[in-house]
Design a protein around this ligand. Sequence first.
Ligand code: NI
Length: 162
Amino acid sequence: MAIRNIRMEGDPILSKVSKEVEEVDDKIKQLVEDMFDTMHKADGLGLAAVQVGILKRVVVIDLYDGTSKFVLINPVITKLEGEKVEFDEGCLSFPNQFVKVERYNNVTVEALDVDGKKIKIEATDILAQCIQHECDHLEGHVFKEKMIPGTLEIITPEDIKK
Ligand code: NI
């Protein structure tokens, strides 16, 4: 188990474009494992490699429902459809900050899994939201760029305890 350092708001790496993974080798597999460990420890639903300082097109997602756990290497969104829906959204690089973002409710993504096999996921709702959020990270974009103006809320763990 290895926890990596999460890059936070203001770190210039978060606005850089990540590079394609050429080969899903042991180094990438280790990165994926560490990303899951790091994300689980921080109670996140998704994490992009850039958030641990690695500019590679690697994303992990876990919705903690026992089935929605994915590794997306070189993901490409091939379809965005349906209505745009307003989602509440946060990001591990922006702790305690929550905004409302409009995103498509249906998305199809194609990628490689951790074994280098091609996968295709047709996602809706939170999973669709998560995929769009993480793919934005790979392009150097963060959720606050897409927020509906005026919706930023700061919620600290102390607020939740009250
Ligand atoms: Ni994020």
